[in-house]
Design a protein around this ligand. Structure first.
Ligand SMILES: NC(=O)c1ccc[n+]([C@@H]2O[C@H](COP(=O)([O-])OP(=O)(O)OC[C@H]3O[C@@H](n4cnc5c(N)ncnc54)[C@H](O)[C@@H]3O)[C@@H](O)[C@H]2O)c1
Ligand SMILES: [Zn+2]
Length: 351
């Protein structure tokens, strides 16, 4: 596996960006941040930005990945007189790269954009693969399109200011990439001390996996669905807790639970061995919290799983594992299967 030339993984985002700005022949440059990346990440690139750069800031958080924030971004670009040769630099986590990309791809029918992802989740997942969008009427990523960034600059140094829970959340996607596509990579993930990994190496490998899958199937006709492992049940759990004022789960924390439940279903339906199931779940439980989920909310989780936009004609299609390092797509699962897997999760069946 290798990386395409527009994805740069190196500890020098500002130097690479300076080169790209020179070569790009852009009429104007704008940078999109939230208050956290404005404080922690913008100083790294600010020094090389042109004097006429437009700085656009939105409030952090998934709840702001909405049309109101887009209106603000489009208005700032319009007020600054941005033409179609302008460039938008998205400096932040997945909220910024998804929404900034969406705003760029639609402003005057499309201006170019560069992603500088600053969370582990956005470095290994959200900033690669061309999916752009915003949430709408309570539905995640409901409005959006596919379009690639001009360049993706991944600088692992940005992770040094990331809160621990956010780093751990992103690590769920690293684990997922190994489980669906790379047994050898899974074998190299440390059983203890994952926080001390060589992030540059880990990110490179993870991005290679995501990139090879998304280029083979850019608009999710088939193969790309392997990336949904852990996400059918995980997303439903995430959505449920999103509406709770307390107990909010981060994306990766919900996906970790989803990967446990879906590994259980993989043993039932797609040939994952009992030994592999145990090994995977042990590992997940050693990294993420595995708090029990109240049985009373199982029906709500099952309802949410059924609503997932990846289902067709009322059937819940799930991506499971055939074995560690190999995923299978389109395995139908029932509400009862989800209930059983949640019960198994609550009982910590892997112990
Ligand atoms: N397009 C895709 O293929 C894809 C894939 C996965 C996830 N996503 C999307 O990504 C989003 C989640 O991304 P995320 O987890 O990066 O969330 P996020 O963008 O909300 O960032 C998490 C938090 O970290 C802060 N932050 C970012 N970088 C920082 C840094 N270097 N130092 C300190 N704080 C920093 C942010 O301000 C925010 O508070 C979701 O909206 C999800 O839908 C998209
Ligand atoms: Zn995910």
């Amino acid at each position: 596996m290798s990386l395409p030339s527009h994805i740069y993984i190196q500890e020098s985002a500002s130097k690479t960006l300076a080169d790209l700005l020179l070569k790009g022949n852009y009429s104007r440059v704008a940078v999109l941040t939230d208050e956290n990346t404005n404080q922690h990440c913008l100083p790294e690139i600010r020094k090389i930005l042109p004097e006429t750069t437009v700085f656009i800031q939105i409030q952090s958080g998934e709840e702001n990945k909405n049309i109101a924030s887009c209106t603000h971004i489009w208005k700032e670009l319009t007020d600054a007189g941005f033409d179609r040769k302008g460039l938008l630099i998205n400096l932040g986590g997945g909220v910024i790269t998804d929404m900034g990309g969406f705003c760029a791809a639609t402003y005057k029918r499309g201006i170019r954009f560069i992603n500088i992802p600053t969370t582990l989740l956005s470095q290994v997942d959200a900033s690669v693969g061309g999916k752009l969008g915003i949430d709408f009427m309570g539905f995640k990523n409901h409005i959006g399109l596919f379009q690639d960034a001009d360049a993706v600059l991944i600088d692992p140094r940005f992770l040094s200011t990331l809160p621990f829970r956010e780093l751990r959340s992103g690590y769920a996607e690293v684990l997922k990439h190994a489980l669906i596509a790379d047994l050898a990579h899974w074998r190299t993930l440390p059983k203890e001390g994952w926080q001390d990994l060589n992030w540059r190496e880990i990110i490179k490998h993870s991005v290679e996996i995501k990139h090879s899958i998304t280029t083979a199937d850019p608009t999710e006709k088939g193969l790309r669905k392997v990336l949904n492992f852990g996400h059918t049940i995980g997303h439903a759990i995430e959505s449920f807790f999103l509406e709770q004022a307390e107990n909010k789960l981060l994306h990766g924390e919900a996906i970790a639970i989803g990967m446990i439940c879906e590994s259980y279903l993989a043993q039932q339906k797609s040939g994952l061995t009992a030994e592999s199931l145990k090994e995977i779940c042990h590992y997940i439980a050693s990294v993420w919290p595995t708090e029990p989920i109240n049985q009373d909310i199982f029906p709500a989780i099952m309802d949410l799983a059924l609503q997932d936009k990846k289902n067709e004609q009322g059937v819940i299609n799930c991506t499971l594992l055939a074995k560690t390092g190999e995923a299978v797509i389109n395995i139908p699962i029932s509400r009862q299967d989800i209930r059983e897997s949640l019960e198994w999760y609550n009982k910590k069946g892997w112990q």
